[in-house]
Design a protein around this ligand. Structure first.
Ligand SMILES: CCCCCCC/C=C/C(=O)SCCNC(=O)CCNC(=O)[C@H](O)C(C)(C)COP(=O)(O)OP(=O)(O)OC[C@H]1O[C@@H](n2cnc3c(N)ncnc32)[C@H](O)[C@@H]1OP(=O)(O)O
Ligand code: NDP
Length: 279
């Protein structure tokens, strides 16, 4: 789809790049000539993903274990990265969510989602941004959000709040940091099957599949999201700033994606609480 070398010379950090959509974007960035850094909490998974990537591409892949909820760890990751060379692009992809009735959420449960999804994205953005500004280096921040930023979403309220806050960051920094050579952009994916999303959001018992409710009759292909991300972080999108692009087959125009859960019984919710996934 794109010219070979679209991302040649670009050094890109993808948070949560060891799995799911983060890994899909990473593979595409490498294929387009970028150098890749992926981070996450589980180093073994990062290493396994990096090995697969290295087998498929001659591009350089570095792994860093980092919990983005920890600002000190984020600063250390950025220092380690910058020691080699400045990043050009940050992709805020790491996040957490689960379905739950909000009245059953403990404060710790709310924080379990807000901390990686909101604070993690903010820490990474601030840490990269200050280094770009200090070094007079241009940069791009791409944040992976959700259509809940448009519709809201019942039963995943902390995630909807966190993603909306990161959209506010994207728009605000577009104005504040645009003059300093930093673009901030976002993608709102609809349903893209991944182990993480399936584990947290689609337990057995939801009555309709994501495909059935989608105007296109299907879920998204990882390559479709990776293509959009590649364009948005590339210099070809150099005049796109502060925008969020939706990629969901039109699903949010029909439903927020949570309405089937309004019909769940107390017994189904109790079962869901008991069977929660550890992601
Ligand atoms: C429908 C149309 C489109 C869909 C769009 C969807 C938009 C967003 C999608 C995604 O983000 S998909 C990616 C999902 N991937 C992940 O979540 C991976 C990362 N996940 C994790 O890190 C963990 O699974 C977690 C979510 C942080 C939970 O980890 P863990 O269980 O280890 O947390 P604890 O520290 O043990 O617990 C903290 C606190 O949270 C409560 N809790 C955890 N899970 C649930 C749950 N499923 N339901 C209710 N409460 C939960 C847990 O009980 C703890 O609270 P306390 O009991 O101590 O009060
Ligand atoms: N799949 C979908 O349908 C949709 C996904 N999205 C968004 O897309 C992005 C990717 O989701 P998806 O690929 O499905 O999910 P995954 O669960 O596969 O990916 C989440 C990644 O984030 C990492 N992560 C989680 N917590 C932390 C943390 N505290 N510090 C560092 N890394 C962390 C995980 O690695 P580790 O466990 O090793 O830390 C994992 O690699 C997320 O932002 C999600 O909200 C949005 C809408 C729909």
């Amino acid at each position: 789809m794109f010219e070979t070398g679209l991302l040649r010379g670009k050094r890109i950090l993808v948070t949560g790049g060891g799995s799911g959509l983060g890994a899909a974007m990473g593979r595409r960035f490498l294929a387009l000539g970028a150098e890749l850094v992926i981070c996450g909490r589980k180093l073994d998974r990062l290493e396994a993903t990096a090995s697969e990537m290295r087998a498929q591409s001659s591009g350089k892949v570095t792994t860093i274990a980092c919990d983005v909820r920890d600002g000190v760890a984020v600063d250390e990751m950025m220092d380690a990265t910058w020691r080699e060379a400045p990043l050009d692009i940050l992709v805020n992809n790491a996040a957490a969510t689960f379905i739950a009735q909000s009245e059953h959420l403990s404060f710790r449960a709310a924080d379990a989602v807000l901390a990686p999804t909101l604070h993690g994205a903010m820490y990474c953005t601030l840490a990269a941004g200050k280094r770009w500004i200090d070094g007079r280096h241009n940069g791009v921040v791409l944040s992976i959000l959700s259509t809940s930023t448009i519709t809201g979403r019942a039963f995943t309220v902390p995630s909807a709040m966190a993603k909306s806050a990161v959209l506010a960051m994207t728009k605000s920094l577009a104005v504040e940091w645009g003059p300093k050579g930093i673009r901030t952009v976002a993608i709102a994916p609809g349903p893209f099957p991944t182990a993480g999303a399936s584990g947290q959001l689609r337990p057995v018992g939801r009555d309709e599949g994501w495909s059935a409710r989608n105007p296109m009759g299907r879920t998204g292909e990882h390559s479709e999201l990776a293509d959009l991300a590649s364009f948005l972080v590339s210099d070809r999108a150099g005049y796109i700033n502060g925008e969020m692009v939706v990629i969901d087959g039109g699903a949010h125009l029909r439903s927020s994606g949570a309405e089937d859960l309004l019909r769940w019984t107390d017994a189904q919710w109790a079962e869901q609480r008991a069977a929660r996934s550890k992601g």
